[in-house]
Design a protein around this ligand. Structure first.
Ligand SMILES: Cc1cc2nc3c(=O)[nH]c(=O)nc-3n(C[C@H](O)[C@H](O)[C@H](O)COP(=O)(O)O)c2cc1C
Length: 239
């Protein structure tokens, strides 16, 4: 059975757009008989890495910081797939950044150069063979999610784990509106989940379908202006 661990970086936890998008995707992975666990970084105590590198020397593979990462390390090691799901927070929510930095005990200190870049490998007891990114944002354009995707891709490449790509959803809040297009996108997310577990990959056409604009840019700006004026009026009526 494929073991999937999802690290969800949204501070808005269950009510987040990240979770809304993950729900059909998780359903799909479960239909393909994966065991799936989603963990919210916000609900854990994950202190920042202090860069002592004890996990590369004195206590190889072990972080001395006694917080909730200690329970997470064994779960991560036994997972086949790691999914990093997060909203863009220019670029990352703090808890997610702490989590990423605290992955250093999983890797070996023997550095190598591959294609001109410094890389290393995970310790032998780390099973993870794939990393997938799921990134949501509030702004209209797809490109503003690319920096976060690049960060996750860099983590995968540095750790010599296959990067399976990214599910990207700009103006993610609009996916909650009832519409035929949104329904189709949610169905596609479930299909992606099934195929990802069964075949280990995701069709580019499915990824593009999920990322498509839900409104055109002009309408997006018009809605944003309406919301701005509503907030302003509400504020004025209080004053
Ligand atoms: C501090 C902060 C920075 C943000 N920066 C961006 C950004 O650069 N690009 C973007 O598309 N959305 C940005 N957003 C909007 C969130 O990504 C968006 O609201 C997202 O849907 C929240 O997802 P969640 O409900 O899963 O937490 C930012 C939000 C916050 C609070």
């Amino acid at each position: 059975m494929t073991k999937v661990i999802i690290i969800n970086g949204s501070p808005r936890t269950e009510k987040s757009n990240t979770t809304f998008l993950m729900t059909p995707f998780i359903e799909g992975m479960k239909k393909a008989e994966a065991s799936v666990e989603m963990i919210y970084t916000k609900k854990l105590k994950i202190l920042p890495c202090i860069g002592c590198f004890k996990c590369w020397g004195e206590t190889i593979g072990e972080c001395f910081i006694q917080d909730d990462m200690q329970e997470l390390y064994p779960k991560l090691k036994e997972s086949d797939i790691l999914i990093l799901a997060t909203p863009v927070y220019s670029p990352l929510p703090g808890e997610m950044q702490n989590f990423i930095n605290r992955l250093v005990p999983l890797i070996d200190s023997l550095l190598e150069i591959r294609n001109g870049r410094t890389r290393t490998k995970c310790h032998d007891d780390v099973n993870i063979s794939k990393i997938l990114a799921v990134v949501v944002g509030g702004w209209w354009e797809l490109e503003n999610l690319d920096l976060v995707v690049k960060i996750f891709e860099e983590v995968a490449e540095t750790y010599t784990i296959e990067f399976s790509g990214a599910i990207r959803r700009p103006h993610a809040h609009l996916l909650r509106n009832e519409s035929d297009k949104n329904k189709e996108i949610l169905q596609t997310l479930e299909k992606i989940g099934i195929n990802f577990v069964k075949e280990g990959k995701i069709d580019i056409s499915d990824l593009e379908f999920v990322s498509q604009p839900l409104v055109d840019q002009e309408e997006y700006l018009e809605r944003s202006k309406r919301n701005y004026l509503k907030r302003k009026n509400a504020q004025n009526s209080i004053e």
